[in-house]
Design a protein around this ligand. Structure first.
Ligand code: SF4
Length: 458
């Protein structure tokens, strides 16, 4: 079996769970589809662009199927959860469809398929093409898993689903209501990762600050931070992703302030800053409130953490003035990295009923303008780190800079943020931790030389 994993890290964890189940059932997992007889495509359904990419990957998989004998294609993930019925009608070549709640049974389903499945086989498996609605399932640390990240790094999904009601977002309609994994389950997973030599654990969810509410915890994320701190064994770097503004209370700030394992990193997707746009988006906040929260997080995390956010431009009704407020805010707040997205109407969302009145040209223009601001403020923030010494997790040789290694300091998350170039570091092994003195900077990049080796890869 080969698997193509699309979408976000939350989907990557699902891919890892699918592969874990298949390996447990005796399947051989290969990277090259041409060495496989079954290709699983784990799809994304976040926005139209992601859906188009997923459909393209499915069409490629169907073409792959027709290029050999006894080949099977399985679609999995968010697109199946959301549009499984349409998919099976439009793509009868699919041999099975596996929704979010069907992952644990993926191996059994595969075993029930004939080796060479005729077109339309999916329709004969129970629930393959049926509408699925919102997911309700949750896995635990005992679920078999084949990690796709490098050996030194892992994603830990602390919760599934989301209870927020952002007007532009359809995720709760198919990922379902928030379901948190119990503290002891997460503790067991983190301990296991540390024993496997994982240096960096990235805690992810749709809304991490909502962690534990469904379990009756009042300050769930604060509890989780304290649990992580109290573990006898845990990865030395634990990074918390996807905080929700307005939900960062005193107890969370106190827990973060005393936490040695939680890295100095703030991931706060804000989406906008103008209060009227935020109100239309169904989100709380204002520039002043956000600046205050960022300052509080800085203080809790000890000075100048890496800072990431995400913004949507061209939301229905966004005026030039409202957009200008967003730009001013980003300039004033400063981020080391931020994703900028042009708004598009999404089925199943409240914003669908608003007039999508910002033209595509204006959306694109605003996206470019805001991206330029993000790069300029990121460069300015990087410059302030000149001369600093930072612990850097080495990822491997830098392909574009001969002799150098590429890595990340704790304020940079894998895949989405910038990098640290380690001069003359190509010999360093992936997973090593080195102390680097920063000697040069760019918008999303720091570079420097090794001051000392902190920890070799185990
Ligand atoms: S917090 Fe808002 S944007 Fe994020 S997943 Fe939940 S509803 Fe969607």
């Amino acid at each position: 079996v080969a698997l193509v994993s699309l979408g976000c890290p939350k989907n990557q964890v699902d891919s890892e769970l699918i592969l874990g189940r298949l390996r447990e059932a005796g399947c051989e997992i290969v990277a090259d589809p041409d060495a496989a007889d079954t290709l699983v495509v784990n799809t994304c359904s976040f926005i139209d662009r992601a859906r188009a990419e997923s459909v393209e990957a499915l069409l490629d998989a169907v073409a792959w199927k027709s290029g050999g004998e006894d080949r099977r294609v399985v679609a999995a993930g968010c697109l199946v959860q959301r549009h499984g019925d349409e998919l099976s009608a439009e793509l009868p070549e699919l041999d099975d469809l596996v929704g979010l709640d069907e992952i644990s049974g993926v191996a059994t389903r595969l075993a029930r398929l004939p080796a060479s499945a005729p077109s339309g086989a999916a329709a004969r498996l129970p629930a393959a093409g049926a509408p699925r609605g919102a997911a309700t399932g949750l896995f635990d640390h005992a679920a078999p898993r084949l990690r796709l990240s490098p050996p030194f790094s892992a994603y830990v999904k602390i919760a599934e689903g989301c209870d927020q009601n952002c007007a532009f977002c359809a995720i709760p309609t198919f990922r379902g209501r928030a379901r948190s994994r119990p503290l002891d389950d997460l503790a067991a997973e983190l301990t296991g990762l540390a024993r496997e030599g994982v240096v960096e654990a990235n805690l992810i969810a749709q809304d991490s600050t909502g962690y534990g509410r469904d379990l009756g915890l009042r300050d769930g994320l604060a509890e989780l931070v304290r649990t992580v701190e109290a573990l006898p064994e845990a990865p030395p770097w634990v990074r918390v992703h996807y905080l929700y503004p307005g939900r960062i209370g005193r107890r969370l700030l106190e827990a973060l302030a005393g936490a040695a394992r939680i890295v100095p990193y703030v991931d706060l997707p804000l989406q906008h800053a103008h209060p009227d746009v935020l109100r239309r988006m169904g989100r709380p906040g204002s520039p002043e409130a956000y600046l205050r929260q960022l300052e509080q997080l800085d203080r809790a995390l000890g000075g100048a953490p890496g800072r990431r956010s995400g913004f949507i431009v061209g939301f229905p009704g966004e005026t030039d003035d409202e957009f200008a407020t967003l730009c001013d805010f980003v300039e004033e707040a400063g981020f080391d990295a931020a994703g900028v997205f042009a708004y598009s109407h999404e089925e199943g969302t409240r914003a669908l009923h608003l007039d999508d009145d910002v033209t595509p040209e204006v959306k694109e223009e605003r996206k470019v303008v805001l991206e330029e601001i993000v790069a300029a403020v990121a460069e300015e923030r990087a410059r302030r780190r000149l001369g600093e010494e930072l612990d850097v997790l080495v990822e491997g040789p830098a392909e574009d800079v001969p002799g150098a290694a590429t890595g990340r300091w704790a304020g940079q998350a894998p895949e989405v943020d910038g990098r640290v170039l380690v001069e003359s570091g190509a010999h360093l092994s992936a997973g090593a931790m080195v102390r680097v003195q920063v000697t040069a900077t760019g918008p999303f990049e720091l570079s420097g030389r090794v001051a000392r080796l902190e920890r070799a890869m185990p």
